[in-house]
Design a protein around this ligand. Structure first.
Ligand code: AMP
Ligand code: ZN
Length: 477
């Protein structure tokens, strides 16, 4: 078995994974703030965390994965500026925060399912943990915090090497603007935000510092410690969290368990999905959500494949052409599996898959900081190795797909045919037209067959005569 090497953002190096508890892997992933739909960039963070979890399971660790749902406390700025995202959206929509949270949590879970992301052991909901957050804040208040009119603040000078994850110097709190009167250091952050006098918030709780709500950074420290214990193995999030949110979690964890420990052995971050025309902004009209991809006729697993084609630490540029290419690749994989299935009865013999060492090469790739792009290439090599017994190839592919999560042994050709929402013709109508065209061609009535084809083209359907993959038609997107 290859050693599992993972890139640790703390040291900016590849390190060998050795679990805190033998045979186990405990992973915490910063979840979404459920004030709006997640965009596909957000979902890249969960495809990454899911792939990591699948690799850990593949390598035999008993995985405990926690993803939180932030339904309180995340301000419009990751530091202490701005309004609570949930309060703001609730006011805009004139709905209760609880309704907003429920709606967007469900939308997020629908995307999780569509991308074949496995369910974590726990979805921890921040508002369920407020009493635990208050207890936690009390436990560190005297030694690490100070109170201002606006809340209880964490004094970042009370822990060693504050901000080392972000490579920020404590003194200058690089890139931070001091927004709050009386803060001792620019990087200090609120762990409890008091409700301003004379105001009532939709979400507020009593605390030793008066009515208020927890700070966002506090939530993750409390939930990770409560569900995984300190220290745990791996903490994940998008690369933006390396700058403020995770250094602040680390400071709190240090306050709890000593300056030597950040709370997790590994801090891992996925890089961003980039989209240059601004469609990933949640305020743009046609904003890039998984549902939009489906509405345009893409199977959501094509997006998962697009993510896996890039290394999680590289930026990935989104384009419709790129997604189309990933979709074609996914179709080829699904059809490749279907072909092998046919061969299990028609040509059952061949060499042993073990001799080819597919699984050991695959494991080597995924153990090298999740090199999914090379792992995909090995998957496709197996698809093409007609000299190996089909039944063994299927077994190998199944084992690999447990890591890739593309579901290619379950999804079939028909599942991949998703009609764009805007299409003006149904699949049944297309099939009827194609049958009529076949009949016209058989009767050598080429004028009729051309007329049918032209009519289909006018309706956005391209007829694919002689397609090497055997597809009859595709929608023009
Ligand atoms: P949020 O709901 O804003 O807390 O974000 C949820 C997750 O998505 C976090 O882990 C972010 O770091 C991550 N994220 C945000 N934007 C992107 C992006 N464009 N590409 C990849 N990950 C992102
Ligand atoms: Zn978090």
């Amino acid at each position: 078995m290859s050693e599992l090497k993972l890139f640790n953002s703390l040291t900016r190096q590849l390190e060998t994974f050795t679990p805190v508890h033998a045979g186990e892997a405990r992973v915490y992933t910063c979840g979404p703030t459920v004030y709006n739909y997640p965009h596909i960039g957000n979902m890249r963070a969960y495809v990454f965390a899911d792939t990591l979890g699948r690799v850990l399971s593949y390598k035999g660790y008993k995985l405990t994965h926690v993803i939180n749902i932030t339904d309180v406390g995340h301000l419009t700025d990751d530091a202490d500026a701005g309004e609570d995202k949930m309060e703001k959206m609730a006011a805009e929509k004139a709905q209760s925060i609880w309704d907003i949270a429920r709606h967007y949590t469900e939308a997020y879970w629908a995307d999780i399912k569509a991308l074949n992301i496995r369910q974590p052991a726990h979805w921890s909901i921040a508002t369920d943990y407020v009493p635990a957050m208050i207890d936690y804040a009390v436990s560190i208040a005297d030694t690490h915090c100070y109170e201002l009119d606006s809340g209880l603040y964490f004094d970042t000078s009370t822990v060693a090497h504050y901000g080392s994850l972000a490579r920020v110097k404590t003194e200058d709190g690089e890139g931070r603007i001091e927004e709050v009167d009386g803060k001792r250091h620019a990087a200090d952050f609120a762990i409890w935000r008091k409700t301003p006098a004379g105001e009532t918030r939709q979400m507020e709780w009593d605390s030793p510092w008066g009515k208020g709500a927890p700070g966002w950074h506090l939530e993750c420290s409390v939930m990770s410690e409560a569900l995984l214990g300190l220290p745990f193995d791996i903490h994940t999030g998008g690369i933006d969290h390396r700058e403020i949110h995770h250094p602040n979690e680390i400071a709190q964890n240090q306050a709890r368990c000593g300056s030597d420990h950040s709370g997790a052995q590994f801090w891992m971050h996925n890089n961003f999905l980039i989209e240059r025309s601004g469609k990933m902004s949640k305020s743009s009209g046609e904003f890039l959500r998984v549902q939009l991809l489906i509405d345009k006729g893409f199977h959501p697993l094509a997006y998962r494949l697009m993510c896996l084609q890039a290394h999680y630490r590289s930026e990935l540029e989104f384009s419709w052409e790129g997604l189309q290419a990933a979709f074609v690749r996914l179709k080829r994989m699904v059809m490749g599996v279907e072909k092998i299935r046919e061969f299990t009865t028609s040509r059952p013999d061949g060499n042993s898959a073990d001799d080819a060492g597919f699984l050991s090469s695959f494991e080597e790739e995924i153990s090298n900081d999740l090199n999914t792009s090379n792992a995909l290439a090995i998957f496709e090599i197996v698809l093409g190795r007609t000299d190996v017994k089909p039944s063994e190839r299927l077994k190998v592919l199944q084992a690999m797909d447990a890591v890739l999560g593309l579901n290619v042994l379950v999804v079939n050709r028909t599942d991949l045919r998703i009609r764009p929402k805007a299409a003006i013709i149904t699949e049944a109508e297309i099939e009827t037209a194609l049958t009529a065209r076949k009949e016209a061609r058989a009767a050598k009535d080429f004028a009729k067959s051309d007329a049918i084809r032209d009519d289909l083209i006018a309706k956005g359907v391209e007829v694919m005569d002689g397609d090497p993959l055997g597809w009859d038609w595709k929608l023009d997107i």
